[in-house]
Design a protein around this ligand. Sequence first.
Ligand code: ADP
Ligand code: ASP
Ligand code: MG
Length: 408
Amino acid sequence: MALYVHKYGGTSVGTVERIQDVAEKIIQAKRAGDDLVVVVSAMSGETDRLLGLAHQVQERPEPRELDVLLATGEQVTIALLCMALEVKGCAASSYTGAQARILTDAAHTKARILDIDTSRIRRDLSQDKVVVVAGFQGVNEEGHITTLGRGGSDTTAVALAATLQADECRIYTDVDGVYTTDPRIESKARRLERITFEEMLELASLGSKVLQIRAVEFAGKYNVPLRVLSTFTEGEGTLITYEDETMEEALISGIAFNRDEAKLTVEGVPDRPGIAAAILGPIADANIEVDMIVQNVAEDESTDFTFTVHRNDYPRARDILDRARDDLGARKVTGDDRIVKISLVGVGMRSHAGIASKMFRVLAEAGINIQMISTSEIKISVVLDEDYLQAAVHTLHEAFELDQAPAA
Ligand code: ADP
Ligand code: ASP
Ligand code: MG
């Protein structure tokens, strides 16, 4: 008998009717003779609604209280899904993260899973029940409710699959797999049959929100067979796996983008040892994460220093730099929070020169100005004005022929 972990995202459980449809799907899978552990998200829009309520009451709510609030979203769904299953004659029991003993660290709103005690889940499975677990949440050592960061239900599902040694972890969502880029932005995006953990990790960390980064990390580390598929249509979806000979020999597997960044520039700082540390030190002290960093070559004795941060941190970062400007001996601080980072990702890049220059050329031919560039072994990222997002993705998708399956 096989054991599967299914995960249904917010849209898939967005209404009572959809929850009933998910119940039907689960019953069909159960009829095939498999054991099932099901992880669900909050109904679509619910997490945002709860966040909105919190911010109406307090500008910067305590993370502990935020977690108590946000965890209610998933709790609603587990109970409703179990009721829908019971109505259809299928025995099921629901568990919040704490009830399922998903132990996390104490980092409220972005906690990491440390351990799961699966004894209760196994007992229920042995009694032929469907086990329904609330995604996105756990409990820390002191018994406080924690949440795992946006999109965290994916990670709950993968962690359960790893601990239970499930045969496959199936992430059911509103698209029928992982595409060459977000199909909402590019109509010619193509579904991939397989993608490597390495590439998926890169896509996720560069902004493709189809899977939470930590879920991919976890699946890679514990070798959990992971598949993304549609709740609403039949199909094989996309398997995330280790590289093997049968994989498509693609140069580029996908294009990711991130609209959540902002850039800051400190202009005319003296070009001397320690200046980068002097600029970024106070930013780090304020717990603001920095992504891309570019320091220009000095022409006179001074240089410009540019970096990007999460858009939510932009006002704070700007404030810190404005205050530090005189101490730094800088001429001016400027910034822009209407940027987008677009990245080409592919393990095939390793062995091919010329991808970056082609990327820059096609963007230039489309009249798109590149503001920043960064590269690593399997990705090239550029920062552009936000207005160019769609045009740039489209241009790159076409130029690198991502709509066509690579020749075998
Ligand atoms: P869920 O609520 O089921 O967790 P998400 O909204 O988190 O769903 O993730 C699914 C969405 O991810 C899709 O609707 C799609 O717009 C977006 N997405 C971004 N990049 C990709 C990609 N490369 N392939 C597929 N979907 C993508
Ligand atoms: N409900 C949470 C969110 O909206 C977690 C999830 O859906 O994965 O981010
Ligand atoms: Mg998601």
